[in-house]
Design a binder for this molecule. Structure first.
Ligand code: NI
Length: 248
């Protein structure tokens, strides 16, 4: 049985989320972690928990840094006690479009890390072109979790692993000329989890289609080949990794 450790099952992306979940379930994906990004999607995450296959993470994404309200953080804190809310995320830093909001991003990230520490919740980290600041902030808090959509070097991977983080691997690894392949070849399976990041990052050979959690199978096959182990063994090991971090 597969687990998609990171997806965004929201109405703005899918007309019929029930069917997406049913189809994933028919494809042996019996657990999905739906990750919120802002006030609106966090409400949708809570609603999606009615599906037995769906677990949730609540968070304010760095791209929402100029829009979020104080009450949105309060909302997250108030719902952390839901038994199927299993992490704070997706949170982090993103300097892809520039560093103008760096201070605001650091503040938002730090406040959510503090929440995670206070409630002993794992975190789901988004870090794009912000590795140095991400590592520095994570070191300040007693938290564990997943570096979602990891795509860094072996050196950076080693730092995160030493800090107790798992690396989230998705369809990016199936892309042509992706350097992540060489990094993952050298990393113990013990340190990775699989994710789709649906609706984004559709794996080869489905490029051009909208991604969905059933495609975790394609990613698992690819990573198993890369690691020269069976798909069953990869799934068993990554499920053990998930159990070490998340209460699902
Ligand atoms: Ni995401």
């Amino acid at each position: 049985m597969f687990c998609d450790t990171h997806c965004h099952l929201f109405k703005e992306y899918y007309e019929d989320i029930d069917t997406i979940i049913k189809n994933a379930s028919l494809n042996q994906v019996n657990r999905m972690i739906n990750a919120g990004c802002d006030a609106k999607s966090n409400i949708e995450v809570l609603d999606s928990l009615k599906h037995k296959e769906v677990y949730g993470a609540l968070g304010i994404h760095p791209e929402d840094v100029l829009n979020y309200q104080e009450e949105d953080l309060k909302f997250i804190e108030e719902h952390l006690n839901h038994e199927k809310i299993i992490a704070i995320g997706e949170i982090g830093l993103d300097y892809h479009y520039g560093k103008e909001n760096r201070e605001e991003q650091l503040k938002l990230f730090e406040r959510q890390l503090a929440l995670a520490e206070k409630y002993q919740m794992p975190v789901v980290i988004h870090s794009r072109e912000a590795t140095e600041d991400t590592i520095e902030l994570l070191k300040k808090y007693n938290v564990k979790g997943v570096i979602h959509s990891f795509s860094g070097s072996l050196e950076i991977a080693t730092i995160y692993i030493k800090m107790g983080f798992l690396l989230g691997i998705n369809g990016v690894i199936t892309f042509k000329n992706c350097r992540l392949k060489e990094v993952i070849e050298k990393i113990d399976v013990h340190n990775i989890v699989l994710e789709t990041d649906s609706p984004y990052l559709t794996p080869v050979p489905f490029r051009g289609e909208k991604n969905d959690p059933s495609k975790i199978k394609t990613i698992a096959e690819f990573v198993a080949n890369l690691k020269k182990i069976s798909k069953e063994e990869l799934v068993k090991k990554t499920n053990e990794n998930i159990a070490q971090i998340f209460d699902i």
